[in-house]
Design a protein around this ligand. Structure first.
Ligand code: FES
Length: 272
């Protein structure tokens, strides 16, 4: 040990006791590809969703409502919710309805264990990839503000379940024709169905969900129902990353579809 060169002062990979590797890393593959792709994809999504969330228009094309705007707490969404009025959110409510509800799915994704890994690597290079030293001298993990707030994830999970419930309701309403009669199926119905299936798969594959259904048990044999649920969630959980991306794409596609139909750019093909 004493014959090795000193790793130098500071923390991180230069902390005492760490192996003294002269280069920043020893990887020879294209390790930068995944963080670069993460940055590109998340930036594109944030740009798109910001534009749409602030637009406050073209989010409802009967019988479809954009998932960005649901539950739609706005006066002009009233017809699709069965005529109930929202006294709090009448015409005087000038803020885009998406800004009221997006905080929940956004908070859920922002604090998601997978997305945390992805954006810590992509945007903060902390670390950029496995076995690649990060540029930061200090590492405090998620032990202080603001990152300690990542612990709120489990609570965002509960809200995410509620939002998924509302989107399921929207998908069911997509089987009504624009006049309100049941028995309709258009391309938009399929788009909303595919989206809600992916949203549920992503939500239920959450690590917090896995802990909620199967955690804090001493013996699975005494809790067969929870064991079965945990087994099912664990199977989904193995695909959490793929589901995170698939549902992110599907929610944007569903919103864009409603935008095109609502704006008259595209006529929703009707199957029956
Ligand atoms: Fe990703 Fe909970 S860990 S949604």
């Amino acid at each position: 040990e004493s014959s090795q060169p000193s790793p130098g002062p500071g923390g991180g990979v230069h902390a005492p006791g760490r192996a003294a590797v002269p280069g920043r890393h020893l990887r020879t593959d294209r390790w930068w590809l995944a963080p670069a792709a993460t940055v590109a994809a998340l930036t594109a999504f944030v740009a798109y969703s910001t534009w749409r969330a602030f637009a406050g228009a073209d989010y409802y094309a009967a019988p479809y409502v954009s998932p960005f705007y649901s539950p739609c707490l706005a006066h002009d969404c009233v017809p699709m919710k069965g005529g109930a009025d929202w006294p709090l959110f009448g015409p005087w409510w000038s803020i885009s309805p998406a800004l009221i509800v997006l905080i929940f799915p956004l908070g859920f994704r922002l604090t998601c264990y997978y997305y945390r890994k992805a954006y810590y690597r992509g945007f903060w290079a902390s670390p950029p990839a496995c076995a690649v030293a990060e540029p930061h001298a200090k590492y405090t993990g998620e032990t202080r503000l603001p990152l300690i707030l990542q612990n709120l994830h489990r609570y965002f999970f509960y809200f995410a379940v509620l939002v998924a419930g509302v989107l399921t309701y929207d998908a069911v309403l997509a089987f009504r024709d624009p006049g309100g009669a049941w028995g309709h199926m258009g391309l938009g119905t399929l788009v909303l169905l595919a989206n809600i299936a992916l949203i549920w798969a992503y939500t239920l594959s959450c690590h917090s969900c896995r802990h909620i259904v199967g955690g804090r048990l001493r013996t699975f044999s005494k809790h067969p129902v929870r064991y079965r649920m945990w087994t099912a969630v664990s199977r989904l959980n193995a695909h959490h990353m793929a589901l995170a991306w698939a549902s992110l794409v599907s929610v944007a596609v569903a919103d864009f579809y409603v935008y095109l139909v609502a704006g008259g750019t595209f006529a929703d093909p009707r199957f029956f």
